[in-house]
Design a protein around this ligand. Structure first.
Ligand code: ASP
Ligand code: MG
Length: 421
């Protein structure tokens, strides 16, 4: 018997029919003798629908102006799906109870729409589990010190599930979703992409931050910090498949690297089109320029990703970095008004038609020549590299957006990711 957390995404909870299937699957696990805590997302489309209603009533205001109410609103999506699941379980003859985050209590800070979990009280949940009930806890939300309902940011139910699994010291956290695991790359771009049976936690962290959308990045960070074993698997298999088979399906995000290191050098290719490149040209090359440029950007709460500073010629240099595309215009304006005049730089230019492609793999630590192979493949395809950034287990390049699919396909093939391991 083990304590296991199940998380079901919005599509898995998308209709009463699907909720009934989730209930049958959960009941199967509980009847096999496990203690089960379920963390559901809102029914698919519901969070967007609710936030859309708010926009209709206040189209001109910035979201931050009524962030508290947005959270009170959006949190209802998960309350509804949780209660519906409890009803479906009871209809299956399985005792079940649902709680909203504030009832558990899941304490967060007060950063509405992007709150962070601070603590989880497990008393009530454990008492119910010991009484033989399935416990359902709303994903995506908590409550702050002032008793206000908060939400954890879009996709936050993943983080709720992992945090709850950590608090309960669960044996495993199963993330049920509409794909059957983590792939070597997005199968929509490369049909030969393969499902990975295991991926190391660090690789998953890189892939999530590099644009793989399977898990919310904060959930992966949380899993790493508390060593919660995570598995991503499909909720669209027959609910009554053999439980042992189901328990081994999908992709395990593992903390044991040794076996993995024997395998592929590159485990996956991630890409994202969400960034824009900004260059400050003709910057006088003196101490403190990086701070003056990026300090101003950070003060405006804009996140910076890849950074490049060139060597200087005639005492001047160019300085480039990437930001989220949505922040591009704001960043350019900030640099033009606040930074350029002070710095005496020549110009600011931006390019939104870029993308970032990354190869990720634990094996890169112990193998040389992986990055250079990446550069060779791209050059053979005639793709120009604009920026490069590396870590121990990843190499990212920024290239023209129009070559993204070509680059991903070529790299996927060159690193043998379409071959069975
Ligand atoms: N319902 C929330 C969203 O759509 C949280 C989640 O599904 O993880 O972002
Ligand atoms: Mg999700």
């Amino acid at each position: 018997m083990a304590l296991i957390v199940h998380k079901y995404g919005g599509t898995s909870m998308g209709s009463t029919e699907r909720i009934r299937n989730v209930a049958k699957r959960v009941a199967k696990w509980a009847r096999a003798g496990h203690q089960i805590v379920v963390v559901p997302s809102a029914m698919s489309g519901e969070t967007n629908r609710l936030l859309g209603l708010a926009k209709e009533l206040s189209p001109s205001k910035q979201d931050d102006a009524y962030a508290r109410e947005l959270d009170a609103l959006a949190a209802t999506g998960e309350q509804a799906s949780s209660a519906l699941l409890a009803i479906a379980l009871q209809a299956e003859g399985m005792p079940a109870v649902s709680y909203a985050g504030w009832q558990v209590t899941i304490k967060t800070n007060s950063a509405f729409t992007k709150a962070r979990i601070e603590s989880i009280d497990d008393k009530r949940v454990r008492a119910d589990l010991d009484a033989g009930k399935v416990v359902i806890i709303t994903g995506f939300q908590g409550v702050d010190d002032g008793g206000n309902v908060t939400t954890l940011g879009r996709g936050g139910s993943d983080t709720s599930a992992v945090a709850i699994a950590a608090a309960l010291k669960a044996h495993e956290c199963l993330i049920y979703t509409d794909v059957d695991g983590v792939y070597t790359t997005d199968p929509r771009v490369v049909p030969e992409a393969r499902r990975l049976a295991t991926v190391s936690f660090e690789e998953m962290l890189e892939m999530a931050s590099m644009g793989s959308k399977v898990l919310q990045i904060r959930s992966v960070e949380f899993a790493g910090k508390y060593k919660v074993p995570l598995r991503v698997l499909s909720s669209f298999t027959d609910w009554d498949i053999d439980i042992n088979e189901e328990a081994k399906s999908g992709t395990l995000i593992s903390f044991e690297e040794d076996e993995k290191m024997e395998q592929a050098i590159v485990s996956g290719i991630a890409f994202n089109r969400d960034e824009a490149k900004i260059s400050v040209l003709g910057v006088p090359d003196t101490p403190g320029i990086a701070y003056q440029i990026l300090g101003a950007v950070a003060d405006a709460n804009i996140e910076v990703d890849v950074i490049i500073q060139n060597i200087s010629r005639d005492g001047k240099t160019d300085f480039s970095f990437t930001v989220n595309r949505n922040d591009c215009a704001k960043t350019v304006e900030l640099l033009n008004t606040k930074v350029l005049p002070k710095l005496g730089a020549e110009d600011v230019i931006s390019d939104t038609k870029i993308c970032k492609v990354s190869i990720v793999g634990i094996g890169m630590r112990s193998h040389v020549g992986v990055a250079s192979k990446m550069f060779r493949i791209l050059s053979e395809e005639g793709i120009n590299i604009q920026m490069i950034s590396t870590s121990e287990i990843k190499t990212s390049v920024v290239i023209d957006e129009k070559y993204m699919e070509l680059a991903v396909r070529a790299l996927h093939k060159a690193f043998d990711l379409d071959q069975p391991v």
